[in-house]
Every structure is written in structure tokens, then in C-alpha cells.
Design a protein around this ligand. Structure first.
Ligand SMILES: [Fe+2]
Length: 157
């Protein structure tokens, strides 16, 4: 199926991630995904303060076209064992199946380094391959939110 381009189609801009420990999250997203910290805010509009009571700091982390807005705000840790309506995971596409292996190993190495606080002590899943040759693994980021990494063979988008 061909999707016709539309000037009106929205383009994805960023994902917001709440954390109890901004420094831990900034270091982890830098070392795990190679993000750069682009800006930091510690003064907020009334709207932001009413949407996110208790917000202390907001920072933008960027790698390639991916932007992650980390904001520190005291809150309950993520609990994937409880079913809740939330963004369930977000997925990064890699260009080579070997990148899945190295990314998964980097996750494990950073976990074992003991330099980061993790909300959960779950390890990454194995890399699974479906009937179409799509490969994926899932891992929790430091705050307990689920990330997926996927390889789509050929020209699958
Ligand atoms: Fe997915």
C-alpha cells in the first residue's frame, strides 16, 4: 500500500519521560543511546505547573531525529506488572541486525556497571524473530518504561 504524502500530516517531535532522578536519567540516556543534552529548563509556565505539579527540571536529550524530554517530578515508580492506560512502549528502528546485539549488550554492560539506578531489575528480553524476519528485543529504561528495538529487513518501513 502506498501512503500518499500530505503536507498536513503531523510529524513526530518528541516523547516526554517522567523521572524521579534526572541526573541518573540524563547519564543513562547519554551513555545508552548516545543522546546529547541540548537544553535545560527550571522555570515553568503556569500551564506546565498545573499539568505537572511538582516539576523541578526539564531537559531535552537528542540523538539523530529522536528527541526525549526528560522531566524530573516526584512520582510513583513505573510498575509494568500493573495494567494501566499509558504509552506502553516506544520503539527504535536499527539499520542492521548486529546493532540489536550490540545495543542489547550495551544495556547489560551499563546495568552491570552499577553506575545507574534502575526502577526494575528486569533484564532485556532475548532477540525474537517473527515469520517476516522482523527482529526485536524489549528492555526497560532506568525509570521502568519499556523500550523496543527492532530491525525490519528489506524495504519494510
Ligand atoms: Fe512495538
Amino acid at each position: 500500500m502506498t501512503v500518499s504524502p500530505s503536507a498536513l500530516a503531523p510529524r513526530f517531535h518528541h516523547v516526554g519521560v517522567q523521572t524521579n532522578d534526572l541526573d541518573n536519567s540524563v547519564r543513562w540516556y547519554s551513555e545508552f543511546l548516545g543522546c546529547e543534552q541540548v537544553w535545560v529548563l527550571d522555570r515553568f509556565s503556569e500551564l506546565t505547573r498545573s499539568r505537572l505539579p511538582g516539576i523541578r527540571t526539564l531537559t531535552e536529550m537528542v540523538v539523530g531525529e529522536v528527541r526525549i524530554h526528560l522531566f524530573e517530578r516526584p512520582g510513583q515508580a513505573a510498575d509494568p506488572g500493573q495494567s494501566a492506560v499509558q504509552f506502553q512502549h516506544f520503539c527504535f528502528r536499527v539499520h542492521d541486525p548486529d546493532e540489536l546485539v550490540t545495543t542489547r549488550q550495551r544495556w547489560i554492560d551499563l546495568y552491570k556497571s552499577g553506575r545507574f539506578w534502575f526502577a526494575l531489575d528486569e533484564q532485556p528480553t532475548d532477540i525474537v524473530v517473527d515469520d517476516d524476519g522482523i527482529q526485536s528485543f524489549y528492555a526497560y529504561e532506568v525509570n521502568g518504561l519499556e523500550l523496543e528495538f527492532t530491525y525490519l529487513p528489506g524495504d519494510q518501513s
